[in-house]
Write a new protein. Structure first.
Length: 299
C-alpha cells in the first residue's frame, strides 16, 4: 500500500472519530444533591479513623462548562472479559474565544484492517484543526503524499450533524456537550480525597462515537430515541481535571441488533483540564488541496 493509499484509506477511519457526540442543548445541569457523605462511627481501638472529606458541590461543574480554553484526553475502548482493546485515543485542546479546536487522534494497529496494520504497525496518528470556516487534516505521510503538512478538507470533510450549523459543529467540545445534556437530577455517589463522584442520566447519543450518516439513519434515530446512558462524573477536590466516563455497552448492543457476549463493555472516558494558558490559534499556511489524495494507484 502506497503512502497515498494509506492516507486516503485511513482518513475514512479517522474522520469517524472526529465526529462529535451529537446536537448541543441549552439544558443546564441539575442542582446538587444533599450532602450524603458518611461519617464512620467511633471505636475504642487505636485504628485511625477514616478522614472526612468535604463534598464538591455539583454546581462546581459550571466552572468547567464556562471555561473559554481547555484540553481533554479521550479513550474509547472495548473490554472483553478483562481483555482491554483501545479503539481510539484523542487529545484535544480548544480556545472557544478564538473559535479554534485542535485534535490529535491515534488509531491503534490492532483495530486496523490487516493491510493497513502491516503498513502502520504502530497505529495511525492524525491531527485535525477545526474552526467555524476551516477543517484541516495532517498525517505523518502527508508531506510525501501532498508536498504539504496539511490538507484543506473544508469542502470535503465532516458531514453535517442534523440541527447544527458547520460553525456550531466545529466548536462542540464532546465531554462538556454531553454533560450539558443531563436528564433529571444528579445522584451523589461518594466523596473521597480525590473529590465527589456523581451519576447522571444522559440521552443515548451524548458522547457517542458514531458517524454523521448513522445519525440520519431512521433506524438508528429510532433506536437511540428509546435509550439512555449513565455517566459517572468526578468533580476534583482541588479544582484539577474533571473526569467523565460513560458505558455505551447497551447502546451499541441495541444498534448492533443483538446482545454482546457476557462481560463485554464498550466505554468512553474523558479527562478535562480548563487551566490551559492562551496558545497560538493561527491557521497553518502549508496547505494542499485534497485532490493530492487521489492518485493513479486507485483501483
Amino acid at each position: 500500500m502506497t503512502p497515498r493509499m494509506t492516507v486516503r484509506a485511513a482518513f475514512g477511519l479517522a474522520v469517524v472519530t472526529v465526529l462529535t457526540a451529537g446536537c448541543g442543548s441549552e439544558t443546564e445541569p441539575a442542582g446538587a444533591e444533599d450532602d450524603v457523605t458518611a461519617t464512620a462511627p467511633a471505636t475504642e481501638s487505636a485504628t485511625p479513623q477514616p478522614a472526612e472529606f468535604e463534598d464538591v458541590p455539583w454546581e462546581t461543574l459550571q466552572t468547567y462548562l464556562a471555561a473559554p480554553r481547555g484540553r481533554y484526553t479521550k479513550v474509547h475502548g472495548l473490554n472483553e472479559s478483562g481483555s482491554q482493546t483501545t479503539i481510539v485515543q484523542e487529545t484535544t485542546r480548544f480556545d472557544l474565544d478564538a473559535g479554534y479546536v485542535e485534535r490529535t487522534m491515534k488509531i491503534p494497529a490492532a483495530i486496523l484492517p490487516p493491510d493497513m496494520a502491516a503498513e502502520a504497525p504502530n497505529g495511525l496518528d492524525f491531527s485535525f484543526i477545526q474552526t467555524a470556516s476551516a477543517f484541516l487534516m495532517s498525517h505523518a505521510n502527508m508531506p510525501e503524499t501532498c508536498d504539504a503538512k496539511w490538507v484543506d478538507m473544508t469542502e470535503n470533510g465532516l458531514p453535517a450533524i442534523p440541527g447544527l450549523s458547520k460553525g456550531e459543529q466545529a466548536l462542540i467540545i464532546e465531554p462538556l456537550d454531553a454533560l450539558r445534556r443531563a436528564v433529571g437530577e444528579p445522584v451523589h455517589l461518594e466523596t473521597t480525597a480525590e473529590g465527589s463522584s456523581y451519576e447522571i442520566t444522559l440521552p443515548a447519543d451524548a458522547g457517542l462515537t458514531i458517524s454523521a450518516q448513522q445519525r440520519t439513519d431512521p433506524a438508528v434515530v429510532d433506536t437511540l430515541a428509546g435509550l439512555q446512558t449513565t455517566a459517572r462524573v468526578l468533580l476534583p477536590a482541588d479544582g484539577g481535571p474533571l473526569e467523565v466516563g460513560i458505558d455505551f455497552s447497551q447502546v451499541m448492543s441495541a444498534l448492533a441488533g443483538q446482545p454482546f457476549p457476557k462481560g463485554t463493555v464498550i466505554r468512553t472516558d474523558w479527562t478535562v483540564s480548563t487551566d490551559l494558558r492562551p496558545f497560538d490559534t493561527s491557521l497553518p499556511t502549508d496547505l494542499a488541496d485534497p485532490s493530492c489524495l487521489v492518485g493513479p494507484t486507485e483501483g
